[in-house]
Design a protein around this ligand. Structure first.
Ligand SMILES: C[S@@+](CC[C@H](N)C(=O)[O-])C[C@H]1O[C@@H](n2cnc3c(N)ncnc32)[C@H](O)[C@@H]1O
Length: 147
């Protein structure tokens, strides 16, 4: 077994899942704050130089696991590991956010899709390395083409 602990919590405008944009073409432009606990703040040193960050977090309000499920962006079922569903065996979320500014232990970001109070497990700089022409988008591209 592994154990993780929160390094901080998300301050998000979203208080319930119904408020978060979902489905094909959903845009995540909401601003939020990654509030890092004082004991970890020194770990943010030099983060200001990065425009975007990976945020790794816990789906702390996910109530079950579903190995197959229909995502909001399709009417067909897919395996959980081919989706971004919250109902995962290990309920870990991954979101890319834009870093707007740092204020001590608070990172002001754009692009949150987490509920308010969501525990943050880790933050890493986002360094995109996959050329667009190499990227395949699987069932999502088919769902987008179907409209
Ligand atoms: C489709 S998931 C994608 C999350 C992340 N971008 C990822 O790919 O892992 C986003 C949804 O997770 C749900 N969600 C957000 N915060 C949550 C939390 N703390 N616990 C459980 N579900 C959450 C909301 O329904 C939200 O629309």
């Amino acid at each position: 077994m592994f154990t993780s602990r929160a390094i901080g919590f998300v301050g998000s405008p979203y208080k319930s899942t119904g408020e978060i944009p979902k489905g094909l073409g959903a845009k995540h432009a909401a601003e939020g704050v990654l509030k890092i606990l004082p004991e970890f703040e020194v770990g943010l040193t030099d983060i200001e130089g990065f425009s975007h960050l990976f945020v790794i977090w816990e789906f702390d309000r996910s109530d079950r696991v579903e190995l197959m499920g229909k995502p909001p962006s399709d009417n067909r079922a897919h395996g959980v590991f081919a989706t971004r569903s919250p109902r995962r065996p290990n309920p870990i979320g991954l979101t890319v956010v834009e870093l707007l500014r740092r204020d001590g232990g608070e990172l002001h970001v754009r692009g949150v899709d987490m509920l308010d109070g969501t525990p943050i497990l880790d933050i890493k700089p986002y360094l995109s390395g996959v050329a667009m022409e190499k990227l395949r988008r699987g069932w999502l591209a088919e769902a987008e083409a179907r409209g």
